[in-house]
Design a protein around this ligand. Structure first.
Ligand SMILES: [Zn+2]
Length: 256
């Protein structure tokens, strides 16, 4: 069954009311969910850097081990050559062994130099690791604090949020996809999240521009969907200006 324009307007007015209440809940939560996400990303970044440092240190230690083995090997050779040198038959053999000894000695010097360099690099990287661990500790503390805050805030509003979301689903089903789409689009562009407004005191409830009397009359009739010519918001009706003397006067907030 086709619903009338009036029914459509009522349905979308209802949807707006639900969405505005949801907006209010998310506003209370504020930037916290994003801050938590940012912190989590930051921590992952630090942890990646930390594990890279550790890999670097491991491979440097591996390098040192290899150089130490090379030194041992050279020392063995030196001992062997020295024994051979005792039993040489001529000067030529003696000189050849001397050259080998010099060569092994040089190898040892090179290895020692490389070990020294690797040790300095490891020391520096260890310092970086310590700094990084400190930062990581701080960030994790921040994260758990923010998570606690967020959990508290969510717990306070979760049941209302779920109720509203269920209501929203039901309300949205009553509205054509085409109208829902333009509703969403207007909402995205509106700072206050209002896509459906009433005419209040002769003005658009969204942008506060004057709505001419004839247009107001058309809006009251609810024979067609009328949008504000200034901001594009959908008018769901005209609020009657009845001054209720029994109620304390409330200041109208232009911000809402
Ligand atoms: Zn407007």
């Amino acid at each position: 069954m086709e619903s009338t324009i009036a029914q459509k307007l009522e349905a979308i007015h209802n949807l707006q009311k639900i969405d505005s209440r949801l907006d209010a809940i998310f506003k209370i939560r504020g930037a916290l969910p994003e801050e938590v996400q940012d912190l989590e990303d930051e921590i992952i970044g630090y942890e990646t850097r930390l594990s890279k440092f550790k890999t670097d240190i491991n491979s440097l230690e591996e390098e040192i081990k290899k150089h130490k083995e090379a030194i041992k090997n050279s020392e063995k050779l030196i001992k062997k050559y020295q024994e051979q040198q005792m039993n040489v038959r001529n000067n030529r053999e003696y000189d050849a062994i001397t050259k080998e000894l010099e060569l092994q000695d040089l190898e040892i010097q090179v290895s020692k130099k490389k070990i020294g360099e690797a040790q300095i690099t490891i020391e520096n990287k260890n310092k970086d690791v310590e700094e990084l661990k400190e930062i990581l500790k701080d960030r994790k503390k921040d994260l758990s604090q923010k998570n606690d805050e967020l959990e508290t805030i969510i717990a306070e509003s979760e049941s209302e949020e779920n109720k509203l979301k269920a209501e929203r689903e039901k309300a949205a089903k009553k509205i054509d996809d085409r109208i829902i789409k333009s509703y969403q689009k207007i909402r995205e562009n509106a700072k206050n999240g209002l896509a459906v407004v009433m005419v209040k005191r002769g003005a658009c409830g969204g942008c506060f521009n004057i709505v001419p009397p004839q247009r107001q009359a058309d809006i009251r009739e609810k024979k067609k969907l009328i949008v504000c010519e200034h901001c594009g918001r959908i008018f769901s009706g005209v609020e009657d200006e009845v001054e209720d003397e029994t109620q304390p006067k409330k200041k109208r907030s232009k911000a809402s």
